[in-house]
Design a protein around this ligand. Structure first.
Ligand code: NAD
Ligand code: USQ
Length: 406
């Protein structure tokens, strides 16, 4: 297949690109490299040294003989170029990772909120409109988030996207409807993924676009089978307070002897998936495309759920790291249960990678190797969801005063 990977320079996009190229597909990365610019804005860098995208593609060709093509396009701002690119290349499938994906970054200031909404909703809508306009029948696979469901627990498992409801009609009988599971996003970033869902619903129904939306949990780990093949193929690894995600953060914190930054009681339960399983799920979703006219196919892309404090205790037991119990900068439930259905990927053959000690240790090893690249002052999460929370958040785990970086 000819596959366009939008956002293929990112943390999940790059290993997916390598995985699909390894399987023999013709792969084209389309990316505006905005994530690299955001590192510059924030004054941080990936824990792992990332080469330029062109150099990464050159190394892949040297190692495997396979070519990955790179195209610099801003999906949110360059509609005509995107349309022209699609018309010229006519991909069989499009995988859409190209959004601003950090909840804390999206909540930093009003400017960051505006950027995240403009970037994410325009990128998605431009893509949909361009697919219709160019009359390309590509399977669109989008990376969404478990966060659209809001982690609420009413004592029932979260289904895969849709909910059957009974509605009382005017004559008092019951009408049945299948609706999108009610969204309850917890950040501006998560809100953009909820908006994406509506855009997909409309274009599938109106134009027959074939769309799969993958509601993914928190991705952890760093290496995949392909990124291990050469040190210059190494994946991005975010550790900072905005882009670093909880389990990967705990693992690098343990590696540099930094107290594990648990927000609040650590009673938040979240869904997780290892990066190797994430790329495998995308392969599985590609092989199971909907027909034109079908509703959007929604999968929950996660393999297990964990409570934040349990992860901290696990990492502490494994490494001896101390745990810091910090005021939570986010407005979120202190404690929640989370039960999630993921039957569809299991039925397609996903064999979940769980929190095996070996893989946790692998991340700690990577972090130790590149520990000299870590700026400890960038570890704390300084982005607060409300003004009140910002006032409470004034000390980092090492006792230094915190300031919000804008
Ligand atoms: P990332 O930030 O590392 O990668 C996103 C890529 O998209 C970057 O290379 C960036 O330059 C590019 N991009 C952003 N806006 C663009 C635009 N307007 N035009 C062109 N390129 C643009 O993110 P990631 O961690 O690889 O996540 C990829 C996708 O998966 C995101 O949509 C995210 O919401 C979703 N997701 C990620 C996680 C996770 O834990 N990392 C979990 C669930 C879902
Ligand atoms: N947390 C801590 N300490 C930390 C960092 C986070 O206790 O140092 C807590 C947070 O308060 C939150 C939980 O851990 O309760 C998860 O935070 P996170 O930063 O790991 O994940 P989140 O902000 O939800 O976002 C990440 C990705 C996003 C993706 C989402 C999937 O950045 O792109 O959509 O995970 S999900 O969480 O399932 O919605």
């Amino acid at each position: 297949m000819k596959i366009a990977i939008l956002g293929g320079d990112g943390f999940v996009g790059w290993p997916t690109t390598l995985h699909l190229s390894d399987l023999g597909h013709e792969v084209h990365i389309v990316d505006n490299l905005s994530r690299r610019w955001i590192d510059t804005e924030l004054g941080v860098q990936s824990l792992t040294p990332m080469d330029s995208i062109q150099e990464r593609c050159r190394i892949w060709r040297e190692v495997t003989g396979r070519q990955i093509h790179f195209h610099l396009i801003d999906l949110a701002k360059e509609y005509e170029r995107l349309k022209g690119w699609l018309a010229e290349h006519r991909p069989d499938a499009v995988i859409h990772f190209a959004e601003q994906r950090a909840a804390p970054y999206s909540m930093k200031t009003d400017r960051h909120k505006v950027y995240t909404v403009n970037n994410n909703t325009n990128a998605t809508h431009n893509l949909l409109a361009a697919l219709v306009e160019t009359d390309i029948d590509a399977h669109l696979v989008h990376l969404g988030t478990m966060g659209v469901y809001g982690y609420s627990s009413v004592g029932a498992a979260i289904p895969e996207g849709y909910l059957d409801v009974d509605i009382e009609t005017l004559d008092g009988s019951k009408a049945q409807q299948e609706i999108l599971y009610p969204t309850k996003p917890g950040s501006v970033y998560h809100m953009t993924k909820s908006l994406d869902q509506i855009l997909f619903q409309f274009y599938a129904q109106n134009d027959g676009l074939r769309i799969t939306d993958l509601h993914q949990g928190i991705v952890w780990g760093t290496h995949t089978a392909q990124t291990r093949r050469h040190e210059q193929l190494i994946n991005r690894f975010d550790y900072d307070g905005d882009y670093g995600t909880v389990l990967n953060r705990f693992l690098i914190q343990a590696a540099i002897d930094y107290p594990l930054t648990v927000h609040g009681t650590g009673g938040q339960t979240r869904a997780f998936i290892h990066i190797q399983d994430s790329v495998r799920c995308i392969e599985l979703a590609l092989g199971d495309a909907p027909q034109a006219g079908e509703r959007v196919r929604i999968f929950n892309q996660m393999t297990e759920t964990h409570r934040v404090r349990d992860l901290a205790k696990l990492v502490s037991k494994l490494t001896g790291a101390k745990i810091a119990w910090l005021p939570n900068p986010r407005k979120e439930a202190e404690e929640n249960d989370l039960v999630v259905r993921n039957d569809q990927f299991l039925a397609l053959g996903l064999e979940p990678t769980t929190l095996a000690e070996g893989l946790l240790e692998e991340v700690v090893e990577v972090a130790k190797r590149y520990a000299h690249r870590i700026d400890r002052s960038r570890v704390p999460a300084v982005s607060a969801w409300t003004r009140d929370l910002a006032q409470k958040l004034n000390r980092d785990p090492e006792g230094k005063a915190l300031k919000s970086v804008s």
